[in-house]
Design a protein around this ligand. Structure first.
Ligand code: AMP
Length: 295
C-alpha cells in the first residue's frame, strides 16, 4: 500500500483512477486507528473501486488548551491496519503541505454556525470550523468520491452533510454505525487517555444514552423526564462529570421538544481532562437522512 504526502501527486493519481472509470471511496481520519475507523474502510472497500484514507491530525480543529501535542499517533501501525481492512492508498500530508504559511494564517474558513453552536460547539466553539475547513480542503484535493464518516461523531456528520449540500461538493456522504467495546463504550482514539478506574466507569455514558433512547422508544415524549433520568445515571458515577445531554432532531439538530420520531440522543462527559462523546437513536425509531446514504 502506498502513502502519498503531496497534494499535487494525490490529485494526479486520483484523476488517473477516475479517468479509467473507477469509483473512489474516501475515509478521512486523524489516525491511531481502531475498529471504528476500520469499519469505515471496509464499507468503502465493499462500495467502491479504490479506497483512500487520509491521515492528518488537523491543528485547525484543536483549541489552544486541547490535546494537539499529545494526540496519539502510530503511522506505521495505522498503515498495516488500514491495509488489512482493504485500504489502497494513504494520504498523509505534513502540516506545512496543508497550511503552507502555518495554520494561523488561514484566512478562509468554512463554518455551519446554525448546526455547530449547540452541544459540542458549546464546549469547543472553534472546533467545527476547523473540521469543516480541513474536510473542504480534503474534498477539493480528493475530488469526486464517496466519503465515509462515523455516526460516533453525529454532530460532525450532520454538519458535513449540510456543508456538502450547501456548497455542492461532488461528494456522496455516507454515515456508518458506531463501533463499541464489549461493555458499550464507543471506540475512540482518545480512550487510551483513560486510567483503569476511568475506563471501568466510562460505559456510564452509553448506559445513560441507552436508557434515554429506550424511554423514548417506549413512548416517553417529555424531554425533561428523559434528560433527568439520564442525568441521574451519570450522577451515579462519581468519577464522571456531565458536560451535556441533549435530545435533538436527527437531521436538523434542533432541540426535540416535545420528543418526536426521528430524534437522536447525544451526550458528553468528562473524566479529569478526558472528554468522551456518544449518541444513539431510539431503538425502532425512524432513521434520519443524516444516517443513511441519500446523497
Ligand atoms: P477521527 O480519527 O477521530 O477523526 O475519526 C475519523 C472517522 O472515524 C470519523 O468519521 C469518526 O466519526 C469515525 N469514528 C471514530 N470512532 C468511531 C467508532 N467508534 N465507530 C465508527 N466510526 C468511528
Amino acid at each position: 500500500m502506498r502513502t502519498i504526502t503531496s497534494i499535487e501527486q494525490m490529485r494526479r493519481v486520483l484523476d488517473e483512477v477516475r479517468s479509467s472509470g473507477n469509483r473512489i471511496g474516501f475515509v478521512p481520519t486523524m489516525g491511531y486507528l481502531h475498529e471504528g475507523h476500520l469499519s469505515l474502510i471496509r464499507s468503502a472497500r465493499s462500495d467502491t473501486d479504490l479506497v483512500i484514507m487520509s491521515l492528518f491530525v488537523n491543528p485547525l480543529q484543536f483549541a489552544h488548551n486541547e490535546d494537539l501535542g499529545t494526540y496519539p499517533r502510530d503511522p506505521e501501525g495505522d498503515a498495516a491496519r488500514a491495509s488489512s481492512a482493504g485500504c489502497d492508498l494513504i494520504f498523509a500530508p505534513e502540516v506545512h503541505e496543508m497550511y503552507p504559511d502555518g495554520q494561523q494564517s488561514v484566512l478562509t474558513t468554512v463554518s455551519v454556525p446554525e448546526l455547530a453552536c449547540r452541544m459540542e460547539g458549546r464546549s469547543r466553539p472553534t472546533h467545527f470550523a476547523g473540521v469543516c475547513t480541513v474536510v473542504a480542503k480534503l474534498f477539493n484535493i480528493i475530488g469526486p468520491c464517496s466519503a465515509y464518516f462515523g455516526e460516533k461523531d453525529y454532530q460532525q456528520l450532520a454538519i458535513i452533510r449540510r456543508m456538502v449540500g450547501d456548497l455542492s461538493f461532488p461528494v456522496e456522504v455516507l454515515g456508518c454505525p458506531t463501533v463499541r467495546e464489549a461493555d458499550g463504550l464507543a471506540m475512540s482514539s482518545r480512550n487510551v487517555y483513560l486510567d483503569p478506574a476511568q475506563r471501568e466507569a466510562a460505559p456510564v455514558l452509553s448506559r445513560a444514552l441507552s436508557l434515554g433512547a429506550q424511554m423514548i422508544a417506549d413512548g416517553q415524549t417529555d424531554r425533561a423526564k428523559v434528560v433527568e433520568a439520564m442525568e441521574e445515571m451519570i450522577g451515579s458515577e462519581p468519577l464522571a462529570v456531565l458536560d451535556y445531554l441533549d435530545i435533538v432532531d436527527a437531521s436538523t439538530l434542533a432541540p426535540a421538544d416535545p420528543i418526536h420520531q426521528g430524534c437522536r440522543v447525544l451526550g458528553a462527559i468528562r473524566f479529569s481532562g478526558v472528554r468522551l462523546i456518544d449518541n444513539m437513536a431510539p431503538p425502532g425509531g425512524t432513521r434520519s437522512s443524516v444516517e443513511t446514504a441519500d446523497a
